[in-house]
Ligand binder design. Structure first.
Ligand code: NDP
Length: 245
């Protein structure tokens, strides 16, 4: 039997990341579930995968901390000779909204460090194995906010727009190595991150008149990771119920 491919999903303890972990495990990948601090929720993702007969393990590190990322990935790689991270889903992200004139340096730096610098540090460390083996898939979870810009989110919009630019550039760097790099941009998805947003109010402006589910985002990721998407690179797939037109 062929060895399972390994996928690293950052922010896999909750929300969209959990749905991606469960989807990829159901498709036969071995999943490294990353999270920052919510160990109990990460354990729930792990047990849900195992109950379905899938294979996964926890790999905690802080995506806003270069040292934490590099030591965790290096340790895992050393302990697993002969295998490599073939699929990377950069999903971990935070928002700390404020109008720019009131925005603190911490609000700016925390969001940029997690969403954009973290993307750079994780991708640089995790893509080394793919480059050596000349195959891989990288999928970055961005946002409608990074395409359209949303008021009160200059930090978040800038971080996600930065990842979209990085996705397009990296796709061109890694194409010859048979590694695809794409992004998925969700609109409003029902998770802890959107708990404070009133779905009723947004129903008026979303053509499909509802928030999306984490599973609906996970399906787009699953397609980009699959063999079916072997000639798609440098793109952004929007999963937003028609909100951005
Ligand atoms: P949640 O707030 O529900 O979950 C966030 C996840 O990211 C958790 O697993 C959390 O881990 C992890 N995380 C946060 N910071 C770090 C860090 N520094 N290091 C490691 N892990 C971290 O978010 P969503 O599921 O809603 O969002 C997932 C992604 O989708 C994000 O990138 C977000 O920007 C994007 N997105 C979400 C939308 C939505 O409507 N929900 C819309 C558009 C984009 P822990 O449990 O340990 O805290």
């Amino acid at each position: 039997m062929a060895e399972k491919k390994t996928a690293l999903v950052t922010g896999g303890s909750r929300g969209i990341g959990r749905a991606i972990c469960e989807q990829l495990a159901a498709e036969g990948l071995h999943v490294l579930i990353n999270y920052r601090s919510n160990h109990a929720e990460a354990e729930l993702t792990l047990s849900a995968i195992r109950e379905q007969g899938g294979s996964a393990e926890l790999l905690p590190f802080d995506c806003a901390d270069q040292q934490s990322i590099e030591s965790a990935i290096e340790k895992w790689t050393t302990e697993h000779p002969g295998t490599f991270i073939e699929v990377l889903v950069n999903n971990a992200g935070i928002r700390k909204d404020n109008v720019m004139v009131m925005m603190s340096n911490d609000e700016w730096n925390d969001v940029l460090n997690t969403n954009l610098n973290g993307w750079f540090w994780v991708t640089r460390a995790a893509s080394r194995g793919m480059i050596g083996k000349r195959r891989g898939r990288i999928v970055n979870i961005v946002s409608l906010s990074g395409i359209k810009g949303l008021p009160g989110q200059t930090n978040y919009s800038a971080s996600k727009a930065g990842v979209i630019g990085g996705t397009k550039a990296l796709a061109q760097e890694l194409g010859r190595r048979n590694i695809t790099v794409n992004a998925v941009a969700p609109g409003f998805i029902k998770t802890d991150m959107t708990e404070d947003i009133d779905e009723g109010q947004y129903k008026q402006v979303i053509p499909m008149a509802r928030f999306g589910t984490p599973e609906e985002v996970a399906h787009a990721v699953s397609f980009l990771v699959s063999e079916k998407a072997s000639y798609i690179t440098g793109t952004v797939i929007q999963v937003n119920g028609g909100l951005y037109t």
